[in-house]
Design a protein around this ligand. Structure first.
Ligand code: ACO
Length: 337
C-alpha cells in the first residue's frame, strides 16, 4: 500500500451537510395596503404580478449584522455547538452594514466567535447556494469542521420608497446554517454560473469607485437599487430552468427523485414558469414569497428552514435549491437531508 492510499484509508472522504439552521425575521410587517398609502399601487397589482402580500422591515435601530447574529445564534443552538466551535463565518449579503469591513467580521464580534476566520460574498439572491458550495469545499477538504454560513439582507435601506416598480418587491431577513461533516445525507451536487455582461440589469449604481457618494449621487438617488424588471424576469426563468437541469445531471438524478424544490422567492410568476418548464409537480415546490417578498440572500435559507420545520423536508429527502440574482449570478444544489 502506498503512503497516499494509507492516508486515504485513514481519512475517508468527508461529506458536508447542514447540521443546524436558524432564522431571524424583523417583527414589523409591511402589508400591500400599507404600500397603497405610500406609492401609486394596489394590493391587487402586487398580488397578481408578484404573489407578495406582506414583507418584514427591520427596526430603525437594527443593522444587517444584528439580523445575521440573531439567525446565527439560533443555528448554533440547533447544531448544539458553542460559538468557540465555529472555524469560519461566511456572510452572503448585498446590503452590508458598511462597504468595509466585512459584515462577517462584525457578526464574529457580536457572537464572540473568536476562533473563526471571516469573509463576505456578494452573490445577491444566489448568496446562500454560493456560500454553501464554498463551505462544502472547506469541510470536505478537511480544512475546517464547522462553518457558519449566513444569508442576510436589509434591503429596505437600499430601496427608493418612492419607486413603485421596486419598493413593493423586497423585504428584510436573515437565515443561517452550520455546515459540517455528516455521516448520512449531505450535499450531493452543486452548480454555479454567472453572466457579467448583464450586470446593469439589477444594480446599486453609487457608493463604489464608479460613482463615489456625492451630493449629485444622493440627489439623483443613485445609491438606491435599480432594476430592469422585465429583463430580469426573463433571465431568471431561463437561467433557473437551466441550473435545475444542470444540477440534476451532475447529481445523476431526475425530477422524480426530488422530494422538495426550494426556488428563489422573488416572484410567484417566475416560480410557476420554472416549475412548468422543469416539469416538477407544484406540490413539491415550497413557496413563502407571499409572506416575506424577496429577501435576496436570505430567501432560500429562510425557505429551507420553514420547509424543514413544516415537515416538507424530512430525513432522507432530497431537496433541490435554485436561485438567481444581480450579477447576473445563479446557482443550484441538491442536498440529501
Ligand atoms: N403598482 C402598480 N403598477 C405598477 C407597479 C406597482 N407597484 N410597478 C410597476 N407598475 C406598472 C408599470 O409602470 C407598468 O405600467 P405601464 O404599462 O403603464 O408602463 C405596468 O405596471 C407593467 O410593468 P412591468 O414592469 O411590465 O410589469 P411586470 O409584469 O414585468 O412586473 C416585476 C414587474 C414584478 C418587477 C417583474 O418584472 C419581476 O418580478 N421581475 C423580476 C424581479 C426579480 O426576479 N428579481 C430577482 C433578483 S433580485 C436580486 O438579485 C436582489
Amino acid at each position: 500500500m502506498t503512503a497516499k492510499s494509507k492516508i486515504a484509508k485513514k481519512n475517508p472522504k468527508k461529506v458536508a451537510g447542514i447540521i443546524g439552521l436558524g432564522i431571524y425575521l424583523p417583527k414589523k410587517v409591511l402589508t400591500n395596503s400599507d404600500l397603497e398609502k405610500m406609492v401609486d399601487t394596489s394590493d391587487e397589482w402586487i398580488r397578481t404580478r408578484t404573489g407578495i402580500s406582506e414583507r418584514r422591515i427591520a427596526d430603525e435601530k437594527e443593522v444587517t449584522s444584528d439580523l445575521a447574529a440573531n439567525a446565527a445564534r439560533m443555528a448554533l443552538r440547533d447544531a448544539k455547538l458553542e460559538v468557540e466551535d465555529v472555524e469560519l463565518i461566511i456572510v452572503a449579503t448585498i446590503s452590508p452594514d458598511v462597504p468595509f469591513p466585512a459584515t462577517s467580521c462584525i457578526v464574529q464580534a457580536k457572537l464572540g466567535a473568536k476562533n473563526a476566520a471571516c469573509f463576505d460574498i456578494n452573490a445577491a439572491c444566489s448568496g446562500f447556494i454560493h456560500e454553501l458550495t464554498i463551505a462544502q469545499q472547506f469541510v470536505e477538504s478537511g480544512m475546517y469542521k464547522n462553518v457558519l454560513v449566513i444569508g442576510v439582507e436589509l434591503l429596505s435601506r437600499f430601496i427608493d420608497w418612492k419607486d413603485r416598480s421596486t419598493c413593493v418587491l423586497f423585504g428584510d431577513g436573515a437565515g443561517a446554517a452550520v455546515v459540517a461533516p455528516v455521516t448520512t445525507g449531505g450535499i450531493i451536487a452543486s452548480y454555479l454560473g454567472a453572466d457579467g455582461t448583464k450586470s446593469g440589469l439589477l444594480i446599486c449604481p453609487a457608493g463604489g469607485s464608479l460613482h463615489p457618494a456625492s451630493h449629485k449621487t444622493v440627489t439623483e438617488g443613485l445609491h438606491f437599487l435599480k432594476m430592469q424588471g422585465n429583463d430580469v424576469f426573463k433571465n431568471a426563468v431561463r437561467v433557473m430552468t437551466g441550473a435545475t437541469a444542470k444540477v440534476l445531471q451532475k447529481a445523476g438524478l431526475t425530477t422524480k427523485d426530488i422530494d422538495c424544490v426550494i426556488p428563489h422567492q422573488a416572484n410567484i410568476r417566475i416560480i410557476e414558469a420554472i416549475v412548468e418548464r422543469v416539469g416538477i409537480p407544484s406540490e413539491k415546490v415550497f413557496v413563502n414569497v407571499d409572506r416575506y417578498g424577496n429577501m435576496s440572500a436570505a430567501s432560500a435559507i429562510v425557505a429551507l428552514y420553514e420547509a424543514v420545520k413544516e415537515g416538507r423536508v424530512k430525513k432522507g429527502d432530497k431537496v433541490l435549491l435554485v436561485a438567481f440574482g444581480s450579477g447576473l449570478v445563479w446557482g443550484s444544489c441538491v442536498i440529501e437531508w
